[in-house]
Design a protein around this ligand. Structure first.
Ligand code: SAM
Length: 310
């Protein structure tokens, strides 16, 4: 899989490419990346990439010409020329909204998708990362200032993607997030393939059949829940012992404990995930014992200091 990134800060990515899983994936040739400096596609003395917004208002906007030139230098034609008809795109969108589908490699010509990083985009999730995985090429366009001229989005970008409900000062961090999340799913990148399947937001339990006791077969069986807490040596640290159950070697007990912890953590930190999680009857009983009210409003916000202490 190849990533291509368009940015006004190409050097931003050097640290990112030189560490951990991404560095290894690049070194092993499992993914490749090219960063294009947007300023190379300007033609004035000041290498101007931005201009004032039509209609007035705050800030500056990334001009369309350098972005279009940068995209075309990567062989990216406008969508209409690429043969991604609005019908194809609508079908793709429908499939995504139907939740778990994957992007059809043959939709469009080349298995390439152009993504505009934008706070106005559709939320990037683990499911989005999985959908991008079959593509040959992902082009990531990083905005700055107030964003990019909307015509670049209309003409060239297949999808606007937001990494969360907050505003960053540029798309570079978001592009790194997308590249990291997708790269670690590429077969061969993680030492243990199961790592990416059985972590937070992992594949649904339908894809990891339960064993005869109804406990998901995977160690984590995340089924759309958050991961369980992890512990390592020493068994006691600053007066806190690692949970006894993890030390006794009884794998059935360990799996049950981990499932309960996943449910507890998800209820505490992301109760919204429970609506779509794959829950067994036993899971539901555990959740109710933990204070879950299905369909009801769950406690939200930080526990107050007073509540924590007392
Ligand atoms: N005026 C824009 C708005 O209110 O939606 C915010 C522009 S932001 C300051 C500059 C650039 O950062 C955007 O063009 C986009 O590329 C990137 N960006 C900001 N927040 C983002 C997010 N949540 N996800 C992805 N990219 C984001």
């Amino acid at each position: 899989m190849r990533f291509e990134i368009i940015t006004i800060f190409p050097e931003f990515f050097s640290g990112f490419f030189e560490h951990g899983v991404v560095r290894r994936a690049l070194k092993d040739g499992l993914v490749s990346v090219e960063v294009r400096d947007l300023r190379e596609f300007t033609h004035d003395r000041h290498r101007t990439v931005d201009d004032r917004p039509f209609g007035g208002g705050e800030g500056m906007v990334l001009k369309p010409e350098p972005l279009a030139e940068a995209l075309e230098s990567l062989g990216i034609a406008a969508k209409a020329e690429r043969g991604l008809s609005s019908l194809t795109l609508a079908l793709e969108k429908n499939r995504e909204e139907g939740a778990s589908g994957s992007v059809d490699k043959d939709a469009g010509q080349t298995g390439t998708r152009v993504i505009l990083l934008s706070a106005q985009g559709r939320r990037f999730t683990q499911a989005t990362a999985r959908e991008l995985l079959p593509l040959e090429r992902v082009v990531l366009v990083c905005g700055r200032y107030e964003g990019v001229d909307e015509r670049v989005n209309s003409l060239y970008c297949d999808r606007e993607v937001s990494i969360g409900d907050y505003v960053l000062s540029g798309g570079e961090l978001a592009a790194a997030v997308v590249m990291d999340a997708v790269t670690r799913l590429v077969p061969g990148v993680l030492g243990n393939e199961a790592s990416s399947e059985f972590e937070s937001f992992g594949v649904k339990d339908t894809e990891i059949s339960a064993d005869e006791t109804g406990v998901p077969r995977s160690q984590h069986g995340s089924g759309g829940l958050l991961d369980y807490p992890h512990f390592t040596r020493p068994a006691e640290f600053k007066g806190l012992a690692a949970p006894e159950v993890l030390l006794n070697g009884d794998h059935q007990q360990i799996r049950r404990w981990r499932r309960e912890q996943q449910l507890r953590k998800t209820l505490e930190n992301r109760p919204d995930l429970l609506e779509h999680a794959q829950l067994s009857d036993e899971d539901r009983r555990m959740l109710v014992d933990l204070g879950w009210r299905p369909g009801g409003r769950q406690p939200a916000g930080w526990p107050s200091r007073g509540r924590r202490q007392g």
